[in-house]
Design a protein around this ligand. Structure first.
Ligand code: SF4
Length: 454
């Protein structure tokens, strides 16, 4: 599922270019997949000799990478375009909302160009027209892994575009098209480059990671002298050979997910699965048209835990979906209690322009949505707090994300950056961002851990 990212990430980049170099500002909105698109565009810009301006005022042109998933995200994207126009005046729009140029043109007829998601070349064409590059590319000035918007020690690895599913609340397939998987060798070459550029953790993202390769009939390829299929288990096996943390996101509970368990149990990839269940009631799942919708999910979860004792399960849910009855919601709460997930996010259903679910009957009143959301979060908070209490006294390996005068902010293997919890610890001489350290857990609250150096 998408997570709005209001961060103007490129503003964090340092200004490194001489003043004569054409400067491009960049505003990156949307999910991790959109962030990967932003990184690719920034890499191309730098490869062609453009500078990246940290402020609107220093930019000769601004690119806005938009999100169009929820109506609130669309509004945020339109707001960002308006801000960039007001502050700078020369704006190129790309990303998910770019798939609906009429919506943007209606409000902002004077944007320079509008391109859809992953239209990297079209974005570059628009930049060339408005702001010709000074001279030939100087690719050797690029860092080996390209430009990263995430901190240098972790990076998102996008393995496919689009989606073959048709969930009734989602418009991603109409914006991004059907599943197009990257060949496993291509993905591994990028992963290797990132690892050699200093990345310590790879976050594998797509719309449906379990479906990876189905569109190319799991075509094979050779990497480091071994054969791998374009398939999630082969990819996980190959990534496990890089010797860095590998975390899988957006995995749907298809039967072959069990084949990932041995890789997690032996430590090749992190024992962590981000599985967007969205609901538990069979009736709601059916009207959501969810992939891998099956009644035996609880049994499946139990079998994963039996195969990999330390596995962390994260998921997201939607409450107040059209037609969700009190009984459906109680079913969801009971299921949550039964399966005891580690990390959970929850959204209150909202209509998305163009989604099939808008036409469903039984839209839930806002007050009921709010109440269900509060009850859901309360129930999960109790589960999360109890689970984290059990970690007190254990030793945990943790990836350092921040070091400041106040101490260290790190993450255990159970925590993905930005969406899960942290472990806070006192500062220690010599510890730097990206280090993996060992901490003893001394305290916990509902979401975070506190530790000391072991
Ligand atoms: S799996 Fe469903 S929610 Fe996810 S991108 Fe595909 S259609 Fe949308």
């Amino acid at each position: 599922m998408l997570k709005p990212r209001p961060m103007k990430a490129a503003k964090k980049l340092k200004e490194t270019s001489a003043p004569a170099i054409p400067q491009v500002g960049f505003v990156s909105l949307g999910c991790a997949k959109a962030l990967v698109d932003s990184e690719r565009i920034l890499t191309k810009l730098r490869a062609e000799g453009y500078g990246i301006a940290p402020q609107y005022q220093g930019a000769d042109l601004v690119i806005v990478n938009t999100c169009g998933f929820l109506d609130s995200a669309r509004e945020e994207s339109l707001g960002a375009i308006g801000e960039a126009l007001a502050e700078n005046g020369k704006v190129v729009v790309t990303g998910c909302l770019g798939a609906e140029p009429e919506v943007i043109r209606e409000r902002y007829p004077n944007v320079l160009a509008i391109t859809g998601p992953q239209h990297y070349e079209a974005v570059m064409d628009a930049v060339h027209q408005a702001l010709p590059p000074l001279h030939d590319p100087y690719v050797d000035l690029l860092p080996p892994g390209g430009i990263k918007l995430t901190p240098r020690h972790y990076a998102y690895l996008k393995i496919s575009e689009g989606c073959n599913n048709r969930c009734s609340f989602c418009i991603i397939p109409s914006m991004r098209g059907d599943l197009v998987s990257r060949n496993v060798v291509d993905v591994m070459e990028e992963a290797e480059k990132l690892a050699s550029a200093g990345v310590k953790e790879l976050l594998v993202v797509s719309q449906d990671t379990s479906a990876y390769g189905v569109d190319v009939k799991y075509a094979g390829g050779s990497w480091r002298g071994e054969q791998y299929r374009t398939h999630v288990t082969d990819l996980a096996r190959a990534l496990g050979k890089l010797g860095i943390w590998v975390r899988l996101h957006y995995v749907y509970p298809y039967p072959h997910v069990r084949d990932l368990m041995p890789l997690m149990a032996e430590g090749s990839i992190l024992p962590y699965l981000d599985i967007p269940f969205q609901h538990a009631s069979p009736t709601v799942l059916k009207s959501m048209r969810r992939p891998a919708n099956q009644e035996k999910t609880a049994a499946q979860i139990a079998s994963w835990r039996a195969a990999c004792r330390d596995i962390t399960l994260r998921s997201t849910f939607i409450v107040g979906f059209p037609g969700e009855t009190d009984a459906d919601f109680e079913f969801l709460l009971d299921w949550l209690e039964e399966v005891q997930l580690d990390r959970v996010g929850c959204f209150k259903y909202e209509d998305v322009t163009g989604a099939a679910a808008n036409a469903l009957e039984g839209h839930v009143p806002q007050a009921v949505k709010e109440e269900r959301y509060a009850r859901f979060m309360q129930a999960q908070q109790k589960i999360s707090a109890a689970k984290l209490q059990k970690k007190i006294g254990t030793l945990q390996q943790a990836m350092v994300d921040e070091v400041s005068a106040d101490g260290i902010v790190a993450r255990t293997k159970a925590d993905a950056p930005e969406i899960d919890g942290i472990i806070a610890a006192p500062r220690k001489k010599g510890v730097r961002v990206g280090d993996i350290i060992t901490l003893e857990v001394t305290d916990a609250d509902a979401y975070d851990l506190y530790g000391v150096h072991a």
